[in-house]
Design a binder for this molecule. Structure first.
Ligand code: NDP
Ligand code: HSE
Length: 432
């Protein structure tokens, strides 16, 4: 290893500008750790005139990021544009085709095309770094791929989207409205270009699919993730969760089951005594259970310029040091293709909220629907009275199969005393 490591950066938004700032500010410690300088030789973005708060003197500017990936005087191309296809994918493929290493923060790209791009990179003998794609500043890819390499992972779960956790925390703390809190998360640079990716659970599913591949040695299977977002979580559900001793979190959960790999992202009620219940705001947390190590917990800021730049530059440091580890922990050509476990076969407990007409006999109808689908109720409560209007009735169940729960929900929805679509949130039983 000799001479500076030259890098070209495509995308100078929240993360791109953060990476340039970090390289400038921490240049000395990086030089010490890598044994060489890391030098930005080229950049690309859409608007050349925009002030990004970084020094771009002596750096080549490319209007065309793909041309930069092919032609810049650089050994490494950093892709920070975003999006699963389009220019981001073209930049990565062009860079690999030109024999350059690639580092990206783009979870959409890795979730959709990660296996193919990893095969390309490994075939070309270059690195594909994507630490920043999952859980922002938490070095969870390194933890899984290196620190836990000796274990069979039995399960993993976590809070994988900072925007959703920020929204759920703020709604619970202040009782503020969903839209108001989302606007704040966007201003802070946490949300995706399309914030629907955050609140509809897609971003967390991208990250879960990547983690699953590294943890279980399988191809990245985004289509195999069951996804529900947080749009339907209401202030009422948050209040009932508190009353029942739970907090609502958007979790990503993956585990091996007899019939394949279960991957799911959805709002969960978690016991308020579990550590993950107390992970608030933009923080993410991931719990990994391994057969020899038992349970391990990783926590940190899941979004924003600084934490994400920290993860991007960690990948650059690996390349500068000459470290090479298979992209998804095993060579990409050896990744298994594992079947996705259908959600209907999932077993767990459920929270149900119905808005019902407040008159005698409603509880009997509700109980009959559960009896007919063999769903065992754990508790039922009605806190308010309104003989002229609708009132919430909240139930929790014992463990049951998802398919039976869905049939019971359809029966509730068909009752003329139930005046709004039933709301269901899964209760996740986690280690305290
Ligand atoms: P931004 O929208 O802030 O930045 C995107 C950048 O890409 C902008 O500088 C934009 O240029 C540039 N760009 C867009 N199209 C092109 C193109 N065709 N050619 C060259 N440059 C282009 O996004 P973020 O920085 O927030 O996100 C970047 C990536 O990092 C995404 O994949 C995202 O998912 C991921 N990520 C983001 C995190 C965060 O907290 N923000 C955390 C973890 C990952 P211009 O500025 O001129 O418009
Ligand atoms: N929009 C993402 C989040 C950024 O909120 O978690 C970090 O990947």
């Amino acid at each position: 290893l000799s001479g500076a490591l030259k890098i070209a950066v495509a995308g100078l938004g929240t993360v791109g500008a953060g990476v340039l700032q970090l390289l400038e500010r921490n240049g000395a410690v990086l030089r010490q750790r890598c044994g060489r300088d890391i030098r930005v030789t080229a950049v690309s973005a859409r608007d050349r005139a925009r002030d990004r708060g970084v020094n771009l003197r002596d750096v080549a500017w490319f209007d065309d990021a793909v041309a930069m990936a092919r032609e810049a005087d650089a050994e490494v191309v950093i892709e920070l544009i975003g999006g699963s296809d389009g220019p981001a994918r073209a930049v990565c493929e062009a860079a690999i085709g030109a024999g350059r290493h690639v580092v990206t923060a783009n979870k959409a790209l890795i979730a959709m095309h990660g296996t193919a791009i990893a095969r390309m990179a490994e075939g070309a003998g270059v690195a594909l770094g994507y630490e920043a794609a999952v859980a922002g500043g938490i070095p969870i890819i390194k933890a899984l791929r290196e620190g836990l390499a000796a274990n069979n992972v039995t399960s993993l779960y976590g809070i994988l989207n900072g925007t959703c956790n920020y929204i759920l925390s703020a709604m619970r703390d202040s009782g503020r409205e969903f839209a108001d809190v989302l606007a704040e998360a966007r201003t802070l640079g946490y949300a995706e270009a399309d914030p629907g990716f955050d609140i509809d659970g897609v971003d967390a599913a991208h990250k879960l699919a990547i983690l699953t591949s590294v943890a279980f040695g399988c191809e990245v299977d985004f289509d195999g993730v069951y996804i529900e977002g947080i749009r339907h979580v209401s202030a009422q559900d948050i209040a009932f969760a508190t009353e029942l001793g739970y907090r609502i979190k958007l979790l990503g959960i993956a585990r091996r089951v007899d019939h394949g790999i279960e991957q799911r992202v959805h709002p969960c009620m978690v016991d308020e005594e579990t550590p993950i219940a107390h992970v608030e705001g933009v923080f993410n947390a991931v719990v990994v259970e391994g057969d020899f190590v038992d349970s391990t917990v990783y926590q940190g800021r899941g979004a924003g310029a600084g934490p994400t730049a920290s993860a991007v530059v960690a990948d650059i440091v690996d390349i500068a040091r000459g470290a090479r580890i298979p992209t998804f922990a095993v060579p990409a050509s050896a990744l298994e293709k594992l079947p996705a476990a259908p959600m209907d076969r999932h077993r767990g407990a459920y929270y149900i909220r119905l808005m019902v007409v407040d008159r005698p006999g409603v509880f009997a109808d509700v109980a009959a629907a559960l009896r007919d689908e063999q769903v065992s109720m754990e508790s039922i409560l009605q806190r308010t009275r309104d003989p002229d209007g609708a009132v919430p009735v909240v139930m929790t169940t014992h463990d049951t199969e998802e398919a039976a729960m869905k049939r019971a929900l359809a029966r509730f929805a068909a009752l003329d005393t139930v005046v709004e679509p039933p709301r269901m949130i899964r209760i996740e039983s986690l280690m305290k």
